[in-house]
Design a protein around this ligand. Structure first.
Ligand code: FAD
Length: 610
């Protein structure tokens, strides 16, 4: 008998009773599900129970044996399967994931509104990286039919919204700034004109203008290298207050500028890192281009290489995941070619077919991956996972853990203590990507905005979907047609160290109901866009809240993390091969990018097969 455990997602069934049939038709198409998605209810409870040391039901060996079992069906896990197959053609592979959809963070949101298909990324937005793609990552994309040089131009109409007169806006809310006001900045207009309509005091406006457009050198006695050293040791907030000497309310205005990249605000990111990604206020310092060792991965890369144009497929990098699935499990993704892929409907019922060389088993959180014989790793690995309330066990010659680093010590209790500590050390960045399907978007046109930053808002950023055309899919050019809007929230706890802010943000995300998100969204969008005729009751057709309590992989933050030699960095210590088990995933790179996830998959597979 299975053990009845109150935390188990889904009913516990007796060991030996038949496995649940493939998802019922109502649940068979996860991309179209709305409500709470991302880390959806049912996907994380097992991991939390494992973390809390709760008892698990006894495992039942289901008699399946593989060459490779991959834990995690994100980009890294799917890539690991791809690389393994390339090195061992004919290998039999099982990929396990705790979610009801594949892709990990590279998830697809799909809507049908008034007869029109609308797509949006539920997580990973685009093919972009602060560092050049390696030949490995680029080669994988080519293998699956994605030629970056072809799509860098021509996929997205980057000028559409500007050509319609839509610029950037800032929404100042009455709770933080004294009055609700949408400030609009058309292309080419100065910040002073934009602020003219604001409720901000003149001193605050002058300070913002100085930050955005001033050319004063605030550290005139220092060399460029000395300035960088000084900026590395202070937050952007302290830089604004102590060096630029602005009014305190200016900090409220810039508070959430780093949220999209870091998930924390100006108090928890160094001024040097903010310079690296191009935040304002440094023009007069005349810093020489280039990174220093105390910069984070993203700012160091952008300081060195600059931002390259991103490639955005209509569902973001879910297109990469779907393309990988098409190669690995062709029966589950009909058609051919990337143009066709965008509108292809995945057949989730065929992902895990008996006899197929590669099988993807969803809604199956792994709870153990241990060597069959501790002293003889070559004997293989036993992998146990929970499915439909029963713990099933399979065997495999090799195992790649392409899941999240902090889970791995729970899956592999036999790992050395130092490796476990390194895997536990970093904290992933929590964030929320909300896809809001609208019936029309004339209010944006009327107000002249395509994107709005809301420094005091519950949601901090909102923008119209990228204008993309590919195959039979096109984002609406006509504002009377349906459109998806992307809205972001990154809860955190200003003033605390980054790690603790992440924890607070995670707790906030998991404790908040869909009803709360919906109410906040309707209210905020109404206040921001009401003057343009936006009516939430009439204009919002559907809402998908993609929760990522464990979002971006942690990247080095010079304000809080010790500067260590490469071999001692937690991601390097944590990813050491352990017998027949190797470790992939973006955490192993300490870099929150798709190419990092692919590169780590390649390394992990090479460790096993090389
Ligand atoms: C909101 C968001 C936006 C992003 N935007 C971009 C972008 O625009 N461009 C870019 O290059 N990168 C972006 N990134 C980063 C990029 O998505 C990641 O670096 C990459 O997708 C990570 O892939 P992965 O396979 O390592 O991890 P994941 O995508 O997290 O996949 C790991 C999978 O393993 C599963 N798993 C964990 N534990 C278990 C277990 N015990 N059993 C079974 N399965 C388990 C997880 O649930 C997950 O599904 C973004 C990330 C986020 C969160």
């Amino acid at each position: 008998m299975g053990l009845a455990l109150p935390w188990l997602p889904g009913a516990v069934r007796a060991a030996g009773s038949p496995a649940p049939a493939a998802h019922s038709s109502a649940l068979s198409y996860p991309p179209a599900l709305t409500g709470l998605r991302g880390s959806h209810p049912g996907s994380f409870e097992t991991a939390h129970a494992l973390r809390d040391g709760r008892p698990m039901p006894a495992a039942r060996d289901i008699g399946e044996s593989y060459d490779l079992v991959v834990v995690g069906a994100g980009i890294s896990g799917l890539s690991a399967a791809h690389f393994y197959l390339a090195s061992r053609p004919g290998a039999r592979i099982l990929i396990l994931d705790n979610h009801d959809d594949f892709g990990g963070h590279a998830r697809r949101n799909e809507f049908q509104v008034d007869g029109r298909l609308l797509l949006m990324n539920g997580g990973t937005l685009s093919i972009e990286s602060p560092t050049p793609y390696s030949s490995v990552a680029d080669g994988l994309l080519r293998d699956i039919g994605i030629d970056r040089s072809r799509w860098e131009h021509g996929l997205e109409d980057r000028k559409l919204y500007a050509s319609m007169g839509l610029g950037q806006g800032v929404f100042l809310d009455r709770e933080t700034f004294g009055a609700d006001r949408l400030l609009v900045r058309p292309e080419g207009q100065g910040v002073r004109q934009m602020l003219a309509a604001s409720p901000l005091r003149e001193a605050v406006r002058a300070d913002i203008e100085r930050i955005e457009e001033g050319t004063q050198d605030y550290l005139p006695s220092l060399s460029s290298a000395q300035k960088k050293e000084r900026l590395a040791g202070m937050s952007y907030e302290r830089y604004l207050l102590d060096v630029v000497r602005v009014d305190r309310q200016v900090c409220d205005y810039y508070r959430k500028l780093p949220h999209g990249l870091w998930g924390v605000g100006i108090d928890a990111v160094s001024a040097l890192d903010c310079w690296g990604v191009g935040f304002p206020g440094f023009q007069g310092l005349k810093l020489e281009p280039g990174a220093t060792a105390r910069m984070g991965y993203t700012p160091a890369g952008t300081a060195k290489y600059g931002w390259k144009p991103a490639i955005h497929f209509p569902d973001g990098n879910a297109s990469i995941a779907r393309s990988l699935v098409r190669r690995l499990v062709p029966a589950a993704m009909p058609g051919a070619g990337i143009e066709d892929l965008v509108t292809a409907r995945a057949d989730y019922g065929r992902l895990d077919e008996k006899g197929a060389p590669v099988r993807i088993r969803l809604s199956s959180p792994v709870i153990r991956a241990v060597h069959l014989e501790a002293k003889q790793p070559a004997a293989g690995v036993a992998i146990s996972y929970l499915r439909g309330g029963v713990v099933e066990r399979v065997r495999s010659r090799h195992c790649v853990l392409a899941c999240w680093n902090m889970m791995i010590p729970f899956l592999c209790p036999e790992l050395p203590a130092a490796q476990k500590a390194a895997l536990h050390a970093p904290s992933k960045v929590p964030l929320l990507y909300v896809s809001v399907a609208l019936r029309r978007w004339q209010p944006f046109v009327k107000l002249g905005v395509g994107r709005v930053y809301a420094p005091g808002g519950y949601f901090s950023d909102l923008h119209l979907n990228e204008a993309v055309s590919i195959g039979r899919y096109a984002t609406a050019r006509d504002p009377s047609q349906p459109m998806v809007v992307h809205v972001t929230r990154t809860p955190c706890a200003p003033g605390l160290p980054e790690h603790q802010q992440n924890q607070a943000g995670r707790a906030d995300i998991l404790a908040t109901s869909f009803e709360t998100y919906e109410r906040q969204l309707r209210e905020q969008m109404g206040r921001m866009l009401g003057a343009g005729g936006f009516d939430p009751a009439r204009d919002i057709a559907a809402i998908t809240v993609n929760r990522w309590p464990h979002g971006y992989a942690h990247e080095f933050n010079g304000l809080f993390d010790p500067l260590l030699p490469p071999a001692e960095q937690p991601n390097v210590v944590g990813r050491a091969r352990f017998g027949s088990i190797s470790i992939a995933n973006a955490d192993a790179a300490a870099a929150a990018y798709t190419d990092a996830a692919i590169d780590q998959a390649h390394r992990a597979v090479s460790e096993l097969t090389g």
